[in-house]
Design a protein around this ligand. Structure first.
Ligand code: ADP
Ligand code: GLC
Length: 478
């Protein structure tokens, strides 16, 4: 049985800002079920939420800091979670990346370099935890220094896997920062942590990990091009033999319309008409006219450029002339937040906006809406289009990354062979998105076609089992 130390900056339900947390909270239990011994490692943030007990395990010294390691379980599972407890860095309100006021932490580099150093100690069994992993599985830039540090170990070291969840976030800091953090000089060169004169966390993963994965096959190809590689496409295509795309799964229990405790009337594909009850409840909650005939569009997202929010804003004047309602839940860029709120104020009969982060509302939207909008400019995998298909909510997506790999466009041919699950458009333009929106409104008018789209999506299997097996066979090769 392989032993895997899985390191991540966010893990659902302990703390979440996006899909990385969903994956870090659901892939490890799936691996454990398949017989892999997985232990998780994450910082002990102040805002961690858990119902499980937390115990003190050990104290280690890294870079002249005394750090405690605490132990708990991933709620509802037997998976062990080790928490890096260093109050001077982590005992503050806010999320892993921004403080209470929404400003990025000024000491992000210090915080995640510490996470990486502790991971190395645990990986080398120097954390007084009496456990020696075969593999360290790192996720995104916050863990990028781990493969780099481990490459300097002279004793037998575990193998490393680095998963890219998003190339747009690279952890770039000044050269001076690397000095202040005592980063070994051997790592400072063009094939190492240096990137255009900056100190790059993500390059630690890309240059030094034994294997690189990303979260969909299409994104694995895309990041080898200048458009999506942000200057690292050369390094990625140089490493293409070690790079694979494994599509994310979903927590099929947590996102299950049949057992979802957040919705008024659970349903599945055989009781799909009950979805209407969630729709009316949602319209009532949002103070929109309660009307079952009008299609309800939704969007749940970080409000950032990646997600194509500008395309939505450009479409809204025309979209709101159609017989539709639009309910949005999100937070992020203040200008986007303001413009969306303004639109909702001007169209109270048609549009409702909730700013902030709300897990319960996210479930109610998946259950109550008819159409899910995801016009991302790029999308490494994307989870909401998968949740939507499970809930019979038809996604409209742009053909990129994991969206291209998981949504099949509604065409005469795909209706006939029962593969159609949504609406797919190509160009990142408001015109192309608008055309897809109009297509969806048209098909919505034909209830038989619409329910076929819903059922095709609901019958797809996006549980972790298949993808977890792919990770497992990757671990076996190492
Ligand atoms: P990303 O990780 O790029 O944000 P994903 O689609 O992979 O995109 O995952 C986003 C996750 O975060 C989903 O589980 C989604 O429901 C959730 N989410 C995003 N914004 C919010 C919000 N404002 N409230 C509740 N959940 C949200
Ligand atoms: C990132 C990506 C998203 C992906 C998630 C989990 O945040 O933006 O597409 O689904 O990570 O892998």
């Amino acid at each position: 049985m392989k032993k895997v130390l899985f390191v991540s900056s966010e893990i659902y339900p302990l703390i979440k800002t996006g899909g990385l947390a969903d994956v870090s909270g659901s892939l490890p239990p799936a691996l454990q079920e398949l017989g892999t011994d997985v232990h998780l490692l994450m910082p002990n943030y102040q805002s961690i939420k858990t119902t499980e007990d937390i115990y003190y395990k050990s104290t280690i010294q890294v870079n002249r800091m005394d750090v405690n390691i605490l132990e708990t379980r991933l709620p509802g599972t037997q998976v062990v979670v080790w928490l890096v407890d260093y109050p001077m860095f982590f005992d503050f309100p806010g999320n892993p990346y921004i403080d209470e006021k929404g400003e990025p932490w000024l000491n992000s580099a210090e915080r995640f370099a510490l996470l990486c150093r502790v991971a190395v100690e645990v990986a080398m069994n120097r954390g007084y935890l009496d456990w020696e992993p075969d593999i360290v599985h790192c996720n995104d830039w916050q863990t990028g220094l781990i493969p780099a540090f481990l490459s300097l170990e002279t004793h037998r070291r575990p193998a490393t896997v680095f998963t890219i969840h998003n190339m747009a976030y690279q952890g770039l800091f000044s050269k001076e920062t690397s000095g202040l953090l005592n980063i070994p000089r051997e790592l400072w060169h063009l094939n190492g942590l240096e990137f255009n004169g900056f100190f790059s966390f993500i390059k630690g993963g890309l240059a030094y990990a034994d294997r690189i994965t990303t979260v969909s096959p299409t994104y694995a190809d895309e990041i080898q091009t200048a458009e999506f590689g942000y200057g690292l496409e050369g390094l990625l295509s140089h490493r293409k033999e070690d790079l694979i795309g494994i599509i994310n799964g979903i927590d099929a229990e947590h996102w299950n319309p049949k057992t979802d405790t957040h919705i008024v009337a659970p349903y599945d594909s055989s009781t799909l008409s009950k979805k209407q009850l969630s729709k009316s409840a949602l319209q009532a909650r949002m103070a929109l006219p309660i009307d079952n005939k009008v299609p309800v569009f939704t969007l749940i997202s970080r409000l950032v450029e990646q997600k194509g929010i500008d395309l939505i804003l450009d479409c809204l004047p025309e979209m709101l002339t159609l017989p539709v309602q639009f309910i949005l839940l999100g937070s992020g860029d203040k200008a986007f937040e303001q413009q969306l709120t303004d639109f909702a104020k001007q169209n109270p009969e048609k549009m409702a906006v909730t700013l902030g982060y709300d897990e319960v509302l996210a479930h109610q939207l998946e259950a109550g809406a008819d159409v899910f909008l995801m016009p991302s400019r790029f999308e490494p995998c994307g989870l909401n289009q998968l949740y939507s298909q499970r809930y019979g909510t038809v996604p409209i997506v742009r053909k990129t990354g994991g969206l291209a790999d998981t949504v099949c466009d509604a065409l005469p041919k795909t209706f006939t062979n029962k593969t159609a699950t949504g609406f797919v458009f190509n160009d990142a333009t408001a015109g192309a998105l608008m055309e897809a929106i109009k297509r969806s409104v048209l098909v919505y008018g034909f209830s038989e076609l619409w329910s076929q789209l819903q059922l095709n999506g609901m019958q797809k299997d996006y549980s972790w089992l298949r993808s977890a097996k792919e990770y497992q066979s990757l671990y076996e090769q190492l």
